[in-house]
Design a protein. Structure first.
Lengths: 809, 58
């Protein structure tokens, strides 16, 4: 095992030369930066060092010397609408980003409880939500937010009530329904066993009637309470004039129950209470698990939408004022501090900076912004504060446009769902017509046997096995994948995933980690090894994201008179010579025109006497990317890259992964076109991405996977969400989907064969209803057990390179 | 066999109690978070004072 030097707090590599140590519980620990020193010592001083023992994922890296943006939250006009009341205390709901495991929420909860004035702090690690009850006269909202931020997490205020409560209510209701159905099913099954045995061995008629009435008494509340969602769904389907799957379920349940109740009260014939309760329970169970996956995916999506700021600093007649973003208008001027997101689209009028537009364009490098340059809402100001004159706000921003594009792509999807519904209603119509025909024919032949034969047909053809065939498999597969950190958000995703033959990757943040890395130095004259220390020494002074690529380069060169030109580069004196590192224009200003012998790159180094070197940067490939791509290819999927990044970066990644089809500088619309073109040629396309610019692509693809660290919209439109921000679950997902589809087909064939064989036999009156009920139960059982095979077989080992948790003893 | 005339209603009462207890647990939020309460057992060993003690200190 290599002893890589990683930060004790955030587990990122410690840059060479950095000598930060944090005193954690009396032991000095090496950390990577001042921010981590502060966070680790804060945690230790608060007696919370246990966090490092119990965590299962590295802590987020705190931002150094972040400007205090929280104090505004103490202004009554801003905090009032965000706060609720509980027992005379103030309540606030927070969404805390970057919480990674249960230990994170424990840490936040414990730290908050130590603040004076906090009554209660409840954290839910699954959703990243926190509800905090506090005394307003003892502590301000800003102190709470500042404390969370100082631990390295990013808090967002959600307000007093939010969708979380709606989801919680929905989940609690579903859980209660499930419990009632489960308890009822157990009781009825137990008694039904007695009845079946009694039917063979002989049973006192009084006891028999007594047991049957007991079944009725138990089943009635189960049907009314637990079965309600099916009846409501069926009513809604009938009102909208097309038969959904809820309709046959409801008819089956109602008829079986009414017939059983009728037979119970008349003390003759068969009862099917066991089938009714079991049917309700199994259907509710699969719906419950699907709901859980949906909620979780939805809350992550909503979480990231909140990254667009809610407040902005407006400049009016030279006066600065913090206002809500919703009150901004085109033409307003706002001041955007470094490290904050632009609240709306606009044009820079004062100052120069760099913006991170990776979320919107896929461009991995920061884009220089000088006066006159346009900035877009949602991108982040990385360099220095700038004044922006707004050109578009709210719904007219580029971001909102992309959202609409995404919504359109999503609106096109449910065609498959409608098709499935049509098939279901076709099936239901035929079953109902068939049952009626049987009833009429038997009424004509022998009225005394008509009811029994009709009931037998109804019970036998009850779409139990047929309707369980798919959901149980989907549920089993969903649960299997969820344990591997992959959430299935759409039920039909697995079936489509099993058929995919092409996979389109985004590059930045998907195949790569999204952090820059120095790839190559082209030196004009002299050894690159002499150039690097100079470049590194200059970049040490810079806060630029590219500068981090030099962290690992050792340098003992002393630099003086360092001047940072935002958006251009760094200038300094090295060994009595003026040196510039930065963009082509920046270096040209000092060194003259670029010699053609020097290759084209994003960063150059030059002196007053001439050009020295071209520095090529690349993104770091995800460690598991190569294995995953190879493994997907082995499964018959053709990989493609569609990136918004520049050609060189894309080519490098494509070469490393030996992907032939790699397209660079693609706009969202072009990516969409690529996917649509593949789809039009009859291929099934799997799209993997993370940026907002990928959202339309993800929506248009046959099936899509979003990585957990990605943006809100991508997750909202994706069929699967990888919570661990890791590609290595992809081959497993494809395998599981294929196995699931195979089992679904087996189940459907079994259910169809069973129905086809049983229907005519029952229609001929050869099947007594009790045998029909047993047959139906057994056929459902076969289907369920077959589905559960999915979870029993051991999962194929995930591709090597999965995120290893840094665990410091 | 006539004992079942007593035992089955008794069983139903128990089931009713179980359902009531489960409803209470769901309403109390015990199923809302199935992960972090498990950690509270190990976390309790920390040398820190709990929030309750803190509440009472002036």
């Amino acid at each position: 095992m290599t002893q890589a030097r990683t930060c004790f707090h955030c587990a990122e590599p410690i840059p060479a030369g950095a000598t930060f140590t944090a005193d954690v519980a009396g032991t000095p620990q090496a950390v990577c930066c001042l921010g981590c020193v502060a966070a680790a010592e804060l945690i230790s001083e608060a007696g919370l060092a246990d966090f490092y023992r119990f965590r299962t994922a590295a802590a987020p890296k705190p931002s150094e010397a972040a400007e205090d943006v929280w104090s505004t939250y103490d202004r009554p006009d801003i905090s009032a609408p965000l706060l609720g009341q509980e027992d005379g205390h103030a309540v606030v709901n927070l969404l805390i980003e970057d919480t990674r495991c249960a230990a994170c929420s424990w840490l936040i909860g414990e730290r908050l409880k130590r603040l004076a004035g906090i009554v209660r702090a409840d954290m839910n690690p699954a959703t990243g939500r926190a509800q905090i009850v506090f005394r307003r006269n003892r502590i301000g909202l800003s102190s709470i937010l500042r404390t969370i931020a100082s631990l390295g997490y990013r808090p967002h205020v959600l307000g007093a009530a939010d969708t979380l409560e709606i989801a919680t209510r929905e989940r609690r209701r579903a859980l209660k329904r499930l419990a009632v159905a489960g308890f009822g099913m157990m009781q009825v099954m137990m008694i039904a066993t007695g009845l079946y045995v009694g039917a063979h061995q002989g049973m006192d008629p009084i006891i028999r009637e007594y047991l049957r009435i007991t079944c009725l008494v138990i089943t009635a509340p189960v049907l009314v309470y637990s079965g309600r969602p099916f009846f409501e769904g069926a009513l809604a389907a009938i009102r909208s004039r097309h038969l959904g799957m809820d309709v046959p379920v409801s008819i089956g349940l109602l008829l079986a129950f009414v017939a059983s109740a009728w037979n119970t009260l008349n003390q003759r014939g068969e009862i099917y209470f066991d089938s009714v309760t079991m049917f309700i329970f199994l259907l509710l169970l699969s719906r419950y698990i699907e709901m859980g996956a949906r909620h979780r995916a939805g809350s992550t999506a909503e979480a990231l939408l909140r990254l667009v700021p809610s407040m902005a600093m407006r400049i009016l007649d030279g006066q600065r004022e913090r206002v809500a973003v919703s009150t901004l208008q085109a033409g307003d001027r706002i001041l955007v501090p470094a490290g904050e997101c632009f609240a709306a689209d606009g044009r820079v009028v004062e100052g120069t900076t760099e913006a991170d537009e990776a979320l919107l364009t896929g461009e991995s490098m920061p884009v220089a912004k000088v006066p006159g340059a346009t900035v877009v809402a949602g991108s982040m100001n990385l360099g220095s504060p700038v004044v922006v004159e707004l050109s578009a706000v709210g719904q007219s921003t580029v971001l909102a446009g992309i959202v609409r594009l995404l919504e359109r792509a999503q609106a096109q999807r449910p065609r498959i769902a409608r098709l499935a519904d049509r098939a279901a209603s076709w099936f239901v119509t035929r079953v109902l017509l068939g049952t009626m025909a049987v009833a009429v024919v038997w009424w004509w032949i022998d009225p005394s046997r008509a009811f029994e034969a009709t009931l037998a047909v109804l019970v036998v053809t009850c779409p139990c096995a047929l309707s369980l065939a798919t959901p149980t498999v989907v549920t089993a597969a969903t649960a299997l994948l969820a344990r591997q950190g992959l959430l299935v958000t759409r039920a039909d995703a697995l079936e489509t995933l099993a058929q995919t033959d092409h996979v389109v990757f985004d590059k930045t943040g998907t195949l790569t980690l999204g952090t820059p890395r120095l790839v190559r130095v082209d030196s004009l004259n002299g050894n690159p090894q002499d150039i690097l220390p100079v470049a590194a020494a200059l970049e040490r002074a810079s806060e630029h994201p590219l500068a981090r690529a030099f962290d690992a380069v050792p340098s003992d060169v002393s630099v003086s008179e360092v001047v940072i030109h935002a958006g251009q580069g760094v200038e300094g004196m090295v060994a009595g010579e003026r040196v510039r590192i930065g963009t082509e224009d920046f270096v040209t200003a000092l060194a003259g025109k670029r010699p053609t012998t020097l290759s084209e790159a994003s960063v150059y180094l030059g002196t007053a006497t001439g050009w020295r070197a071209a520095l090529h940067f690349g993104d770091t490939l995800r460690p598991e990317a190569r294995a995953v791509v190879a493994s997907l290819r082995g499964r018959g999927l053709t990989p493609h890259i569609a990136s918004g990044d520049h050609a060189e970066a894309v080519r490098n990644v494509a070469l490393e992964l030996s992907i032939d089809d790699a397209k660079a500088r693609m706009l969202p619309a072009e990516k969409l076109a690529l996917v649509q073109d593949l789809t039009a040629r009859g291929h099934r396309v799997l799209a993997v991405g993370d940026g907002i610019n990928d959202a339309p692509t993800l929506g248009a693809a046959s099936v899509s996977v979003a990585l957990g660290s990605g943006s809100a919209l991508a997750q909202a439109s994706a069929d699967l969400v990888a919570l661990r921000s890791n590609l290595s679950t992809l081959p497993l997902a494809v395998d599981t989907a294929r196995r699931a589809t195979r089992i679904i087909h087996q189940n459907l064939v079994w259910a169809t064969v069973y129905n086809v064989v049983a229907l005519p036999v029952a229609a001929l009156g050869w099947v007594p209803p009790w045998l029909a009920a047993v047959g139906m139960s057994v056929s459902s059982l076969v289907v369920v057990l077959n589905a559960l095979r999915l979870t029993r077989t051991t999962a194929p080992d995930a591709v090597a390179g999965a995120t290893k948790v840094a665990f410091v003893p | 066999m006539s004992i079942i005339f007593l035992l089955i209603p008794l069983g139903l009462v128990l089931v009713g109690f179980a359902v009531w207890a489960f409803f209470w647990a769901v309403g109390d939020g015990q199923f809302d978070d199935l992960e972090s309460p498990g950690w509270s057992v190990v976390a309790e060993d920390s040398p820190s004072a709990g929030p309750q003690e803190r509440e009472e200190s002036p």
